[in-house]
Design a protein around this ligand. Structure first.
Ligand SMILES: NC(=O)c1ccc[n+]([C@@H]2O[C@H](COP(=O)([O-])OP(=O)(O)OC[C@H]3O[C@@H](n4cnc5c(N)ncnc54)[C@H](O)[C@@H]3O)[C@@H](O)[C@H]2O)c1
Length: 345
Protein backbone atom coordinates (compact mmCIF):
# COMPACT_ATOMS: atom_id res chain seq x y z
CA UNK A 1 0.00 0.00 0.00
CA UNK A 2 1.19 3.51 -0.75
CA UNK A 3 1.51 6.00 2.10
CA UNK A 4 -1.76 7.54 1.02
CA UNK A 5 -5.07 5.73 1.54
CA UNK A 6 -6.99 5.65 -1.76
CA UNK A 7 -10.68 5.72 -0.97
CA UNK A 8 -13.99 5.14 -2.73
CA UNK A 9 -17.03 6.88 -1.23
CA UNK A 10 -20.43 5.21 -1.64
CA UNK A 11 -23.67 7.04 -0.79
CA UNK A 12 -23.85 10.81 -1.22
CA UNK A 13 -27.21 11.44 0.46
CA UNK A 14 -28.14 13.51 3.50
CA UNK A 15 -25.26 12.24 5.66
CA UNK A 16 -22.89 11.04 2.92
CA UNK A 17 -22.41 14.60 1.64
CA UNK A 18 -20.79 15.44 5.00
CA UNK A 19 -18.71 12.27 5.15
CA UNK A 20 -17.32 12.74 1.62
CA UNK A 21 -16.30 16.32 2.38
CA UNK A 22 -14.53 15.10 5.49
CA UNK A 23 -12.62 12.30 3.72
CA UNK A 24 -11.69 14.75 0.94
CA UNK A 25 -10.07 16.96 3.59
CA UNK A 26 -8.43 14.15 5.59
CA UNK A 27 -4.65 14.01 5.56
CA UNK A 28 -2.96 11.17 3.65
CA UNK A 29 -6.26 10.27 2.00
CA UNK A 30 -7.01 10.44 -1.70
CA UNK A 31 -10.66 10.49 -2.72
CA UNK A 32 -10.54 8.39 -5.93
CA UNK A 33 -14.22 7.56 -6.51
CA UNK A 34 -17.59 8.99 -5.62
CA UNK A 35 -20.51 6.62 -6.07
CA UNK A 36 -24.27 7.06 -5.82
CA UNK A 37 -27.26 5.44 -7.45
CA UNK A 38 -28.68 8.89 -8.24
CA UNK A 39 -27.21 10.56 -11.38
CA UNK A 40 -28.30 13.96 -10.06
CA UNK A 41 -26.41 13.55 -6.82
CA UNK A 42 -23.34 12.29 -8.70
CA UNK A 43 -23.42 15.31 -10.99
CA UNK A 44 -23.63 17.72 -8.05
CA UNK A 45 -20.77 16.03 -6.21
CA UNK A 46 -18.60 15.80 -9.34
CA UNK A 47 -18.46 19.59 -9.35
CA UNK A 48 -17.39 19.64 -5.71
CA UNK A 49 -14.84 16.82 -6.03
CA UNK A 50 -13.43 16.92 -9.61
CA UNK A 51 -10.45 14.82 -8.50
CA UNK A 52 -12.72 11.77 -7.97
CA UNK A 53 -14.14 9.49 -10.68
CA UNK A 54 -17.96 9.47 -10.52
CA UNK A 55 -19.72 6.12 -10.87
CA UNK A 56 -23.08 4.54 -10.18
CA UNK A 57 -21.45 1.12 -10.03
CA UNK A 58 -20.22 0.09 -6.56
CA UNK A 59 -18.62 -3.05 -8.04
CA UNK A 60 -16.36 -0.91 -10.27
CA UNK A 61 -14.73 0.49 -7.12
CA UNK A 62 -14.24 -3.00 -5.69
CA UNK A 63 -12.69 -4.16 -8.98
CA UNK A 64 -10.06 -1.40 -8.93
CA UNK A 65 -6.88 -2.83 -7.36
CA UNK A 66 -5.65 0.69 -6.57
CA UNK A 67 -8.46 1.24 -4.06
CA UNK A 68 -7.48 0.56 -0.45
CA UNK A 69 -10.69 1.45 1.36
CA UNK A 70 -14.38 2.19 0.91
CA UNK A 71 -16.72 4.36 2.92
CA UNK A 72 -20.33 3.07 2.91
CA UNK A 73 -22.97 5.68 3.74
CA UNK A 74 -26.01 4.06 2.13
CA UNK A 75 -29.31 3.15 3.87
CA UNK A 76 -28.86 0.66 6.73
CA UNK A 77 -30.43 -2.39 4.98
CA UNK A 78 -27.58 -2.21 2.40
CA UNK A 79 -24.69 -2.10 4.89
CA UNK A 80 -24.21 -5.85 5.34
CA UNK A 81 -24.08 -6.81 1.64
CA UNK A 82 -21.89 -3.86 0.67
CA UNK A 83 -19.47 -4.20 3.58
CA UNK A 84 -19.15 -7.95 3.00
CA UNK A 85 -18.47 -7.51 -0.72
CA UNK A 86 -15.87 -4.82 0.02
CA UNK A 87 -14.05 -6.94 2.62
CA UNK A 88 -14.04 -9.94 0.27
CA UNK A 89 -12.54 -7.67 -2.40
CA UNK A 90 -9.71 -6.91 0.04
CA UNK A 91 -10.76 -3.35 0.95
CA UNK A 92 -10.74 -1.70 4.37
CA UNK A 93 -14.28 -0.66 5.28
CA UNK A 94 -15.86 2.32 6.98
CA UNK A 95 -19.60 1.73 7.36
CA UNK A 96 -22.22 3.99 8.87
CA UNK A 97 -24.27 3.12 11.92
CA UNK A 98 -26.13 0.89 12.48
CA UNK A 99 -23.45 -1.48 11.18
CA UNK A 100 -26.09 -4.07 10.15
CA UNK A 101 -29.72 -4.85 10.97
CA UNK A 102 -28.92 -8.30 12.45
CA UNK A 103 -26.27 -9.31 14.97
CA UNK A 104 -25.37 -12.52 13.09
CA UNK A 105 -24.52 -10.34 10.08
CA UNK A 106 -22.43 -8.02 12.26
CA UNK A 107 -20.63 -11.03 13.75
CA UNK A 108 -19.90 -12.37 10.27
CA UNK A 109 -18.42 -9.02 9.16
CA UNK A 110 -16.19 -8.93 12.27
CA UNK A 111 -14.90 -12.42 11.59
CA UNK A 112 -14.34 -11.62 7.91
CA UNK A 113 -12.39 -8.44 8.66
CA UNK A 114 -10.28 -10.28 11.22
CA UNK A 115 -9.53 -13.29 9.02
CA UNK A 116 -8.75 -11.08 6.01
CA UNK A 117 -6.79 -8.59 8.14
CA UNK A 118 -8.82 -5.63 6.89
CA UNK A 119 -9.95 -2.70 9.05
CA UNK A 120 -13.65 -2.46 9.77
CA UNK A 121 -14.87 0.73 11.38
CA UNK A 122 -18.41 1.86 12.21
CA UNK A 123 -19.53 5.51 12.15
CA UNK A 124 -20.24 5.87 15.86
CA UNK A 125 -19.64 9.59 15.54
CA UNK A 126 -20.08 10.57 19.17
CA UNK A 127 -17.18 8.37 20.27
CA UNK A 128 -15.05 10.93 18.43
CA UNK A 129 -16.74 14.00 19.89
CA UNK A 130 -14.23 16.11 21.86
CA UNK A 131 -16.80 16.45 24.68
CA UNK A 132 -17.21 12.68 24.98
CA UNK A 133 -13.43 12.37 24.86
CA UNK A 134 -13.17 14.77 27.80
CA UNK A 135 -15.93 12.95 29.70
CA UNK A 136 -14.10 9.64 29.20
CA UNK A 137 -10.80 11.08 30.45
CA UNK A 138 -12.44 12.61 33.55
CA UNK A 139 -14.29 9.36 34.33
CA UNK A 140 -11.20 7.17 33.83
CA UNK A 141 -9.07 9.49 36.00
CA UNK A 142 -11.46 8.90 38.92
CA UNK A 143 -12.42 12.60 39.15
CA UNK A 144 -16.15 11.84 38.88
CA UNK A 145 -15.91 9.06 41.49
CA UNK A 146 -17.88 5.85 41.07
CA UNK A 147 -20.38 6.22 38.24
CA UNK A 148 -23.88 5.53 39.56
CA UNK A 149 -25.87 6.02 36.39
CA UNK A 150 -26.23 7.97 33.16
CA UNK A 151 -29.10 8.93 30.89
CA UNK A 152 -29.38 10.12 27.30
CA UNK A 153 -32.20 12.05 25.65
CA UNK A 154 -32.50 12.38 21.88
CA UNK A 155 -35.85 14.08 21.33
CA UNK A 156 -37.43 16.20 18.62
CA UNK A 157 -40.63 16.73 16.67
CA UNK A 158 -39.70 14.61 13.58
CA UNK A 159 -37.85 13.49 11.45
CA UNK A 160 -40.40 10.64 11.24
CA UNK A 161 -38.99 7.62 9.37
CA UNK A 162 -40.89 4.81 7.63
CA UNK A 163 -38.43 1.92 7.53
CA UNK A 164 -36.99 1.99 11.07
CA UNK A 165 -38.29 3.00 14.47
CA UNK A 166 -36.99 5.91 16.54
CA UNK A 167 -34.67 3.63 18.51
CA UNK A 168 -32.83 2.23 15.47
CA UNK A 169 -32.65 5.69 13.97
CA UNK A 170 -31.48 7.68 17.00
CA UNK A 171 -30.13 5.39 19.72
CA UNK A 172 -27.00 3.77 18.14
CA UNK A 173 -25.03 6.89 19.12
CA UNK A 174 -26.26 6.78 22.73
CA UNK A 175 -25.62 3.05 23.07
CA UNK A 176 -22.12 3.39 21.68
CA UNK A 177 -21.26 6.23 24.08
CA UNK A 178 -22.69 4.38 27.10
CA UNK A 179 -20.63 1.27 26.26
CA UNK A 180 -17.57 3.43 25.59
CA UNK A 181 -17.82 5.35 28.88
CA UNK A 182 -18.77 2.32 31.01
CA UNK A 183 -16.39 -0.14 29.29
CA UNK A 184 -18.96 -2.88 29.89
CA UNK A 185 -22.01 -4.46 28.27
CA UNK A 186 -25.36 -4.49 30.11
CA UNK A 187 -26.58 -7.63 31.85
CA UNK A 188 -30.23 -6.51 31.80
CA UNK A 189 -32.36 -4.48 29.39
CA UNK A 190 -35.97 -3.36 29.83
CA UNK A 191 -37.59 -1.57 26.90
CA UNK A 192 -40.95 0.07 26.40
CA UNK A 193 -42.21 2.00 23.41
CA UNK A 194 -45.32 2.94 21.50
CA UNK A 195 -46.39 3.63 17.93
CA UNK A 196 -48.47 6.79 18.04
CA UNK A 197 -48.01 7.86 14.41
CA UNK A 198 -47.47 4.76 12.27
CA UNK A 199 -48.51 1.17 13.01
CA UNK A 200 -45.57 -1.08 13.96
CA UNK A 201 -42.99 1.75 14.05
CA UNK A 202 -42.28 3.02 17.56
CA UNK A 203 -41.90 6.78 17.64
CA UNK A 204 -41.23 6.93 21.39
CA UNK A 205 -38.94 4.45 23.18
CA UNK A 206 -37.58 4.27 26.74
CA UNK A 207 -34.81 1.76 27.50
CA UNK A 208 -33.33 0.99 30.90
CA UNK A 209 -30.05 -0.91 31.10
CA UNK A 210 -28.45 -2.50 34.12
CA UNK A 211 -24.72 -3.31 34.24
CA UNK A 212 -22.92 -6.13 36.10
CA UNK A 213 -21.36 -3.74 38.65
CA UNK A 214 -24.70 -2.09 39.51
CA UNK A 215 -24.45 0.95 37.23
CA UNK A 216 -27.55 1.94 35.29
CA UNK A 217 -28.23 3.77 32.02
CA UNK A 218 -31.41 5.04 30.43
CA UNK A 219 -32.06 6.09 26.83
CA UNK A 220 -35.14 8.09 25.84
CA UNK A 221 -35.68 8.69 22.12
CA UNK A 222 -38.68 10.32 20.49
CA UNK A 223 -39.92 11.88 17.26
CA UNK A 224 -42.88 13.22 19.18
CA UNK A 225 -41.56 15.77 21.60
CA UNK A 226 -41.93 19.55 21.79
CA UNK A 227 -38.25 20.03 22.67
CA UNK A 228 -35.18 19.32 20.61
CA UNK A 229 -32.87 17.65 23.12
CA UNK A 230 -29.47 16.04 22.61
CA UNK A 231 -28.35 15.46 26.16
CA UNK A 232 -26.21 13.04 28.18
CA UNK A 233 -25.96 13.21 31.95
CA UNK A 234 -23.51 11.16 34.03
CA UNK A 235 -24.00 11.00 37.80
CA UNK A 236 -20.99 9.96 39.86
CA UNK A 237 -20.28 9.70 43.57
CA UNK A 238 -18.02 12.82 43.43
CA UNK A 239 -19.16 14.91 40.46
CA UNK A 240 -21.78 15.02 37.72
CA UNK A 241 -21.33 15.68 33.98
CA UNK A 242 -23.86 17.25 31.64
CA UNK A 243 -23.21 17.18 27.87
CA UNK A 244 -25.79 19.38 26.16
CA UNK A 245 -25.20 19.17 22.41
CA UNK A 246 -27.91 21.78 21.74
CA UNK A 247 -25.66 24.48 23.17
CA UNK A 248 -23.58 26.29 20.54
CA UNK A 249 -20.67 26.49 23.02
CA UNK A 250 -20.13 25.43 26.62
CA UNK A 251 -21.50 22.01 25.75
CA UNK A 252 -20.00 20.33 28.83
CA UNK A 253 -20.73 21.31 32.43
CA UNK A 254 -19.04 19.62 35.36
CA UNK A 255 -21.03 19.90 38.58
CA UNK A 256 -18.92 19.51 41.72
CA UNK A 257 -22.01 18.13 43.39
CA UNK A 258 -22.60 14.86 45.21
CA UNK A 259 -24.57 12.99 47.82
CA UNK A 260 -22.67 10.92 50.37
CA UNK A 261 -23.70 8.56 53.17
CA UNK A 262 -21.54 9.26 56.26
CA UNK A 263 -20.16 6.52 58.48
CA UNK A 264 -21.75 5.83 61.89
CA UNK A 265 -25.23 7.15 61.07
CA UNK A 266 -27.93 7.82 63.66
CA UNK A 267 -30.43 7.04 60.95
CA UNK A 268 -30.21 6.81 57.19
CA UNK A 269 -31.56 10.32 56.45
CA UNK A 270 -29.26 12.09 58.93
CA UNK A 271 -26.33 10.20 57.46
CA UNK A 272 -26.75 11.64 53.94
CA UNK A 273 -24.71 14.76 53.14
CA UNK A 274 -25.58 16.76 50.03
CA UNK A 275 -22.76 18.84 48.62
CA UNK A 276 -23.30 21.68 46.12
CA UNK A 277 -19.97 22.92 44.76
CA UNK A 278 -18.85 24.88 41.71
CA UNK A 279 -20.03 24.36 38.16
CA UNK A 280 -17.07 24.25 35.78
CA UNK A 281 -17.25 24.87 32.02
CA UNK A 282 -14.07 23.30 30.65
CA UNK A 283 -12.60 24.52 27.36
CA UNK A 284 -13.26 21.78 24.81
CA UNK A 285 -11.42 21.76 21.46
CA UNK A 286 -13.77 22.96 18.70
CA UNK A 287 -12.64 20.30 16.19
CA UNK A 288 -15.49 18.80 14.18
CA UNK A 289 -16.16 15.19 15.35
CA UNK A 290 -16.59 13.98 11.77
CA UNK A 291 -13.11 15.25 10.83
CA UNK A 292 -11.65 13.38 13.82
CA UNK A 293 -13.58 10.25 12.91
CA UNK A 294 -12.60 10.10 9.24
CA UNK A 295 -8.96 10.89 10.03
CA UNK A 296 -9.03 8.12 12.65
CA UNK A 297 -10.04 5.60 9.95
CA UNK A 298 -7.28 6.74 7.59
CA UNK A 299 -4.71 6.63 10.41
CA UNK A 300 -5.86 3.17 11.55
CA UNK A 301 -5.14 1.85 8.03
CA UNK A 302 -1.78 3.61 7.71
CA UNK A 303 -0.56 2.73 11.21
CA UNK A 304 -2.20 -0.71 11.34
CA UNK A 305 -4.09 0.08 14.56
CA UNK A 306 -7.56 -1.01 15.67
CA UNK A 307 -10.16 1.74 15.24
CA UNK A 308 -11.92 2.84 18.43
CA UNK A 309 -15.33 2.03 16.89
CA UNK A 310 -14.25 -1.21 15.24
CA UNK A 311 -16.52 -4.01 14.03
CA UNK A 312 -16.74 -5.52 17.54
CA UNK A 313 -18.01 -2.18 18.83
CA UNK A 314 -20.58 -2.13 16.02
CA UNK A 315 -21.61 -5.69 16.92
CA UNK A 316 -22.16 -4.81 20.60
CA UNK A 317 -24.42 -1.93 19.57
CA UNK A 318 -26.41 -4.05 17.09
CA UNK A 319 -26.90 -6.73 19.77
CA UNK A 320 -28.54 -4.17 22.06
CA UNK A 321 -30.66 -2.74 19.22
CA UNK A 322 -31.82 -6.27 18.46
CA UNK A 323 -32.64 -7.09 22.11
CA UNK A 324 -34.66 -3.89 22.43
CA UNK A 325 -36.48 -4.74 19.20
CA UNK A 326 -37.37 -8.22 20.46
CA UNK A 327 -38.82 -6.73 23.65
CA UNK A 328 -40.79 -4.10 21.77
CA UNK A 329 -42.24 -6.79 19.47
CA UNK A 330 -43.31 -8.88 22.48
CA UNK A 331 -45.12 -6.01 24.26
CA UNK A 332 -48.89 -5.84 24.05
CA UNK A 333 -49.70 -2.77 21.99
CA UNK A 334 -52.65 -0.58 22.74
CA UNK A 335 -53.13 -0.02 18.98
CA UNK A 336 -54.09 3.58 19.56
CA UNK A 337 -53.51 4.42 15.90
CA UNK A 338 -55.93 1.71 14.79
CA UNK A 339 -58.48 2.90 17.33
CA UNK A 340 -58.05 6.50 16.17
CA UNK A 341 -58.49 5.45 12.52
CA UNK A 342 -61.66 3.51 13.35
CA UNK A 343 -63.06 6.61 15.06
CA UNK A 344 -62.32 8.75 11.98
CA UNK A 345 -63.90 6.14 9.70
N1 LIG B 1 -23.24 9.17 11.99
C1 LIG B 1 -24.25 9.99 11.93
O1 LIG B 1 -24.36 10.95 12.70
C2 LIG B 1 -25.33 9.76 10.90
C3 LIG B 1 -26.25 10.78 10.63
C4 LIG B 1 -27.22 10.54 9.66
C5 LIG B 1 -27.28 9.31 9.01
N2 LIG B 1 -26.35 8.33 9.32
C6 LIG B 1 -26.39 7.02 8.65
O2 LIG B 1 -25.91 7.17 7.32
C7 LIG B 1 -26.56 6.23 6.46
C8 LIG B 1 -27.17 6.99 5.28
O3 LIG B 1 -28.15 7.91 5.79
P1 LIG B 1 -28.64 9.16 4.91
O4 LIG B 1 -29.51 9.95 5.83
O5 LIG B 1 -27.47 9.82 4.24
O6 LIG B 1 -29.53 8.42 3.81
P2 LIG B 1 -29.99 9.01 2.39
O7 LIG B 1 -31.15 8.18 1.97
O8 LIG B 1 -30.13 10.48 2.47
O9 LIG B 1 -28.74 8.70 1.43
C9 LIG B 1 -28.42 7.41 0.99
C10 LIG B 1 -27.73 7.53 -0.36
O10 LIG B 1 -27.33 6.23 -0.76
C11 LIG B 1 -27.55 6.15 -2.17
N3 LIG B 1 -27.64 4.75 -2.59
C12 LIG B 1 -28.64 3.88 -2.36
N4 LIG B 1 -28.34 2.69 -2.91
C13 LIG B 1 -27.15 2.81 -3.52
C14 LIG B 1 -26.32 1.93 -4.29
N5 LIG B 1 -26.66 0.67 -4.52
N6 LIG B 1 -25.15 2.40 -4.76
C15 LIG B 1 -24.78 3.68 -4.52
N7 LIG B 1 -25.52 4.56 -3.80
C16 LIG B 1 -26.69 4.13 -3.33
C17 LIG B 1 -28.84 6.92 -2.39
O11 LIG B 1 -28.98 7.33 -3.75
C18 LIG B 1 -28.66 8.10 -1.44
O12 LIG B 1 -28.04 9.18 -2.06
C19 LIG B 1 -27.60 5.50 7.33
O13 LIG B 1 -27.05 4.30 7.75
C20 LIG B 1 -27.80 6.44 8.51
O14 LIG B 1 -28.17 5.76 9.69
C21 LIG B 1 -25.38 8.56 10.23
Amino acid sequence: MSDVVRLGMVGLGGWGKNVVRSFAQAQNCQLKYICDASPKSLEQHSKLFPQATPTQDFQAILNDPEIDAVSIVTPAPMHYDMAKAALLAGKHVYVEKPMTLQSDHAQELCELSESLDRKLMVGHLLEYHPVVDMMKKRIDSGEIGDIHYMYCQRLNLGVVRQHENAFWSLAPHDISVILYLFGQEPDGIVASGECFLQPGIEDVVFVNMHFPDGRMAQIHVSWLDPHKERKMVVVGSQKMLVFDDMQASEKLRIFDTSAKVDAGPVNAIQAITLRHGDIVLPRVPATEPLMIETQHFVDAIRNNTTPRSDGRDGLRVVRILEQVDQQLRSLPKTHRIDQARRKVA
